[in-house]
Unconditional design. Structure first.
Length: 204
């Protein structure tokens, strides 16, 4: 993605932590010269210095036919917010948007083996709701096998990770303070969360 130098961030641990926190992401593949995308929950795994994203499509999703042997892009983003020029000292300004985004590139492998698919589901349950594991274990085997037939599980090994934090770093301290205060007072939860990132990034 296009990243102005001021907004680039390279801390791998920070990027991975962001991906785990905002793990409902968009995977983009190409069908010929047409990009297609699906929003999916991901499990982010660190294995032997490798970063692996695990997820699954509905079995009838056409992206299943294009994900292997091609580079995919997974976009993690949130929180974000409109930034009004009313926070700036000078009237000669325009609105903008503050946000954080991480782009993960890599090639995926489809998990064809039922045992692998079961393990992928267990990992997702453990990642999102550990307490559900017991209920899953007690479901009839035929029911679980039927559910597995309805999905296509995959793992994507990340080969490139890009990150951008556009958090008003290009503004004066007083202006940043007003932006953060405005977002802190918002009724929108993600805007309150963005205020924390803005304050942390700008040492407020």
């Amino acid at each position: 993605m296009h990243i102005p130098p001021m907004f680039k961030f390279d801390d791998k641990k920070e990027k991975i932590a962001f991906m785990k926190k905002y793990s409902f992401a968009t995977i983009v593949t190409n069908k010929g010269n047409v990009p297609i995308a699906t929003q999916l929950p991901f499990v982010i795994k660190e294995n032997s210095n490798k970063l692996v994203l695990s997820g699954h499509f509905g079995a009838t999703n056409e992206q299943v036919n294009h994900i292997e042997n091609n580079t995919s892009l997974v976009i993690f983003t949130e929180p974000h917010a409109y930034i009004s020029p009313s926070h700036y000292e000078k009237k000669k300004n325009v609105p903008t948007w503050d946000y954080i985004s991480v782009h993960a590139y890599g090639k995926a492998n489809i998990l064809h083996n039922e045992v692998q698919k079961l393990e992928a589901i267990k990992e997702m349950i453990n990642f999102y709701e550990k307490d559900y594991q017991k209920q899953w274990n007690n479901l009839p085997e035929n029911y679980k096998k039927g559910m597995l037939r309805g999905i296509t599980a995959f793992e994507l090994e990340v080969t490139e990770l890009q990150g951008q934090q556009k958090l008003s770093q290009n503004r004066k301290e007083a202006e940043i303070g007003r932006i953060a205060e405005h977002l802190e007072n918002s009724e929108i939860g993600t805007e309150k969360e963005l205020a924390k990132y803005i304050k942390s990034k700008n040492n407020l």
